[in-house]
Write a protein that binds this ligand. Structure first.
Ligand SMILES: *Cc1c(COP(=O)(O)O)cnc(C)c1O
Length: 388
């Protein structure tokens, strides 16, 4: 049996996969079972933030594996303390909870928001506003939070207490933000929803209304965080700091980790016994995260991310059949025209040795933050050929 047959004989069919078996990787290049190489413009959906097997990251992770791979959260570890301190420096948020994925980080944010409100105001203020076209995860609660009808299927009943507001529609926001609401949750740039940045005026309105009504702001930065948009947090591009920020994907360079960060307001909401995760804050993940922060929480590094993003944008905008380019930094959405279909382009790119993503009808690029201009050029040349 070949790998794909063996795989499909035993693994549930919950994903639409390409016929590609990856075996190893180096920087921005992945290699398949047959030795064919691919330039990776997807980095595992923005997760291998330093590319494949970055030397410093590998060393940090291996050293940690050799000394302590896991402890329960009954005990403290130095590596988690170091990571939390550095992440706090990079984000300006001092209080955090570690988990293993984006959905879990959002679950934690939702629990904090509801308990913050319950502690202060009692029952009846549990509603959370999310945006139409958002994506917040695949657990029952985060599926309910996700503002897309296609996700609200099969698994009834969903979790109650979510209201969906159209992105950038201030009137819709005002009409749904009443005294039963404890939080507004949003992505600054909707990733899965098609790499759509919120308008500054809408973001301003969220923050000013929430401030007035003691409603918490929750920024889902699972995809946009950790340097992806050219700032450490996408909120920095909007001049805003949410009360709660969730991170995952790129945070530990490819090891499962999520984090829910909060400012002073929510520092003491989670008390012993109110939340937990067996693997949360795992030492190996923290070591990987520290290696990522050593590079990505640096102004010069982030300026490079912005420069590379601008470079890609300029080149892609000149390519045939490109209608528009959206996103910030190295989070890029490409809208096509004249009947060109993103899914087709992504499929054809495989033959040519290029890994791409889609987001709704767009081609989406989330290359590793460390990608070199040389490899960028190679990938962009392939993309241009495909778009003709
Ligand atoms: C990917 C993603 C999630 C879900 O993260 P998982 O690690 O798959 O649970 C949540 N929110 C956003 C914005 C994402 O991009």
């Amino acid at each position: 049996m070949n790998t794909i047959e063996q795989f499909n004989a035993h693994v549930m069919g919950s994903y639409g996969r390409f016929d590609l078996v990856l075996e190893k990787g180096e920087n921005q290049c992945a290699t398949d079972e047959n030795g064919k190489q691919y330039i990776d413009f997807g980095s595992g959906i923005g997760t291998n933030s330093l590319g494949y097997c970055n030397e410093d990251w590998v060393n940090a992770v291996c050293e940690q594996v050799k000394s302590l791979q896991h402890t329960s959260n009954y005990y403290y570890t130095r590596v988690q303390a170091d990571f939390a301190e550095q992440l706090s420096k990079a984000t300006g948020l001092k209080n955090m909870f570690f988990c293993n994925s984006g959905a879990e980080a959002n679950e934690c944010a939702i629990k904090i928001a509801r308990k913050y409100s319950f502690d202060k105001y009692g029952k009846g203020r549990h509603n959370i506003i999310t945006l139409v076209n958002s994506f917040h995860g695949r657990t029952m609660c985060t599926l309910s939070a996700t503002g897309q009808e296609v996700f609200h299927n099969y698994f009834f009943p969903f979790v109650e207490g979510f209201r969906y507001v159209e992105a950038n529609n201030i009137e819709d926001l005002k009409s749904k933000l009443d005294d039963t609401v404890c939080a507004v949750m949003f992505e600054y740039i909707q990733g899965e929803g098609g790499v759509m940045a919120l308008e500054q005026s809408f973001v301003d309105e969220i923050f000013s209304l929430c401030e007035k009504m003691d409603v918490l702001t929750i920024a889902d930065e699972v995809q946009t965080g950790v340097g992806r948009t050219g700032k450490f947090l996408a909120g920095d591009n909007f001049g805003k700091k949410a009360d709660i920020i969730t991170l995952a994907k790129g945070i530990a360079g490819g090891i499962p980790m999520g984090a829910c960060l909060a400012g002073d307001k929510c520092a003491d909401v989670l008390t012993p016994g109110t939340h937990g995760s067996t693997f949360g804050g795992n030492p190996i993940a923290c070591a990987g995260g520290l290696a990522v922060l050593k590079k990505a929480a640096d102004e010069a590094f982030l300026a490079e991310v912005t420069a590379k993003g601008d470079y890609i944008r300029e080149k892609v905008l000149k390519m045939p059949n490109v209608k528009s380019v959206s996103g910030m930094g190295l989070m890029i959405g490409i809208e096509l025209e004249n009947g060109k279909e993103a899914k087709e382009i992504v499929k054809k790119a495989l033959d040519k040795g290029l890994l791409l993503l889609t987001a709704k009808e767009k081609v989406r690029l989330l290359p590793p933050l460390t990608i070199s201009y040389e490899e960028l050029d190679k990938g962009l040349m392939i993309l241009e050929e495909l778009l003709k």
